[in-house]
Design a protein around this ligand. Structure first.
Ligand SMILES: C[S@@+](CC[C@H](N)C(=O)[O-])C[C@H]1O[C@@H](n2cnc3c(N)ncnc32)[C@H](O)[C@@H]1O
Length: 311
């Protein structure tokens, strides 16, 4: 049930509502990290979205008086954020990645991968030439593959995802961004639906959160699909399969780019002496490796059969 402040009339302006929302968020101990990292930015984003105003609203309009119906609509949305603990993007149905708007719902992870920065940089210096064929493995909303399609207008892109409900979101995002002529969507378990395909670039943000860590995540993250986050005791179950299977799907000069986020210790323990490069990010984030097919093949040759596959 919506809790309207007794003195709702005192919240006259856009600025008043942003300030009130941020205070409520902090009072409730909300956790941020799905597009914003603090209460004021989160409230600002939600207030402007509800009022259908642009995020680059000139400051003078922050002082605009609101109609009573607008005030109530905004307070309802801010209350929903507090009461449901859903990340803002699930309340608005939209998230931004690489400067592009993507439809999201609770069947897909909210886009936030630092790989977005690599896409903006056209994967330099990790790719010598623009890739002709790209695979976005574990695509979720399709954000990585679709952003790649727009950055590399000559490339053919495959998006692979196991969750049928996520696939429906991907299809809509592919249409939304007008790239259906160059983007194919494959349903299935990792590489299974891609038999015989070869790529210049395989890029993946797979699930990599250790089970115990996933269970302890804040309520906001529990709204995201477990399949998108949790990947076994050390979080490396899906990553291990990608490492052992990727060479069969990479061109000789191909490159694998894969995110493992904050699971660096688990990665190092499971895959010792891994020769990949770890890009640094100017806009935040870490835990992404890039490795050529040749280096991956050579490293796999040094691994015992037990280490190549599952634990
Ligand atoms: C961390 S999310 C990443 C989503 C998206 N690429 C992004 O960066 O926002 C991982 C995705 O992998 C999918 N997934 C998990 N296991 C998979 C598997 N075995 N095969 C294919 N997709 C899988 C999940 O359903 C989820 O959509």
């Amino acid at each position: 049930m919506t809790h309207f402040p007794e003195d709702l009339q005192a919240l006259r302006t856009v600025r008043d509502l942003v300030r009130w929302g941020a205070s409520e968020f902090l009072r409730a101990g909300l956790v941020f990290g799905h597009g914003t990292d603090n209460a004021l930015d989160e409230a600002f984003h939600l207030v402007l979205w509800r009022l259908r105003l642009p995020l680059d609203l000139p400051a003078v309009y922050l002082e605009a008086n609101l109609a009573d119906s607008e005030r109530r609509a905004v307070v309802e949305l801010l209350n929903a954020r507090v009461q449901t603990r859903k990340p803002a993007a699930y309340l608005t149905g939209e998230a931004w990645f690489c400067g592009l708007a993507f439809e999201v719902n609770e069947h897909v992870l909210i886009p936030r991968s630092p790989i977005g920065e690599m896409i903006g940089d056209e994967f330099r210096p990790w790719l010598a030439t623009p890739p002709r064929r790209i695979l976005d493995l574990c695509s979720g909303s399709g954000c990585i593959g679709i952003a790649c399609a727009l950055v590399f207008p000559e490339a053919q892109i495959d998006l692979a995802e196991i969750d049928q409900r996520a696939l429906a979101v991907i299809e809509r995002n592919v249409r939304r961004h007008g790239v259906a002529d160059r983007v194919s969507v494959a349903a299935g378990d990792l590489f299974a639906p891609l038999h015989g395909q070869r790529y210049d670039l395989i890029v993946s943000n797979p699930p990599y959160v250790p089970l115990a860590e996933w269970a302890a995540l804040a309520a906001e993250y529990q709204h995201e699909p477990r399949l998108a986050l949790e990947a076994g005791d050390d979080g490396m179950d899906v990553v291990a399969r990608i490492l052992s299977e990727a060479t069969a799907y990479l061109e000789d000069e191909g490159t694998l780019v894969c995110e493992i986020g904050g699971s660096q210790d688990e990665f190092d323990a499971r895959f010792p002496k891994f020769p990949g490069a770890w890009p640094e990010f100017a806009h935040g984030g870490d835990g992404v490796f890039a490795i050529s097919r040749k280096d991956l093949q050579a490293w796999l040759g040094t691994q015992s059969p037990r280490k190549k596959g599952k634990k």
